[in-house]
Design a protein around this ligand. Structure first.
Ligand code: COA
Length: 177
């Protein structure tokens, strides 16, 4: 990313901005119910406790001039899937439509493939979220299939669109660039 937009680990002083950006019905509409609306002070405290405590770090703040404007991270899988991780990301609504998520995913993927042994990243996008699908496609993720009617969000049943990216394909694209 550039000097203005970046990612970093969470700090306790992110709390006010986390609350202000996360407590938005439109943001949580495309995320797991674990990212609730309303997003309360208790939700922010619980999240910060996990994110600040964890080692190694997998949860990050998306920043504009070091100030929180969203969140991103990866979730390594277990057992036979332990070379894979799911990625996730969200931005405060006022920051949408400026290319920030696309840059964030690039930065996150670069971080993961540089610092971990993971060989596959994937993301599950609700079928009513074409902007997120586009963010992944712009970063080389391939649409691998649909988990039909696998989601129920706010009483609406939706498909999940699965996107995947292999370390090898990312490295090949890098070498060509
Ligand atoms: C999804 C989200 C992260 C996108 O962030 P963003 O910074 O606005 O994304 P970008 O600007 O980097 O890119 C969005 C792309 O989608 C495109 N897009 C936006 N709305 C679209 C739509 N309705 N249909 C198709 N494409 C759309 C944009 O044109 C852009 O593509 P382009 O660069 O080729 O023009 C943001 O809207 C968000 O936080 N949403 C709520 C949480 C969420 O959905 N997280 C992802 C869960 S999988």
């Amino acid at each position: 990313m550039d000097d203005v937009y970046s990612i970093r680990t969470f700090r306790l002083d992110d709390k006010d901005r986390l609350l202000a950006q996360a407590n938005n019905s439109l943001v949580s509409a495309y995320l797991l119910d674990a990212f609730p609306f309303p997003y309360t002070e208790q939700d922010a405290d619980a999240w910060l406790a996990i994110a600040i405590d964890q080692s190694p770090k997998t949860l990050f703040v998306i920043t504009e001039n070091d100030q929180l404007i969203g969140g991103t991270g990866f979730y390594p899988k277990n057992d036979v899937y332990h070379l894979s991780a799911e990625i996730g990301y969200w931005l405060g609504e006022t920051y949408w439509g400026k290319g920030i998520a696309s840059k964030t995913v690039y930065t996150l993927v670069n971080y993961i493939f540089t610092n971990t042994h993971l060989i596959r990243l994937f993301a599950g996008v609700f079928s009513n979220n074409p902007a997120s699908a586009r963010v992944l496609e712009k970063n080389g993720f391939v649409r691998e299939g649909y988990l039909r009617k696998s989601i129920i969000k706010r009483n609406e049943i939706l498909d999940e669109v699965r996107y995947g990216l292999l370390r090898q394909d990312w490295m090949d694209a890098f070498e060509k660039a």
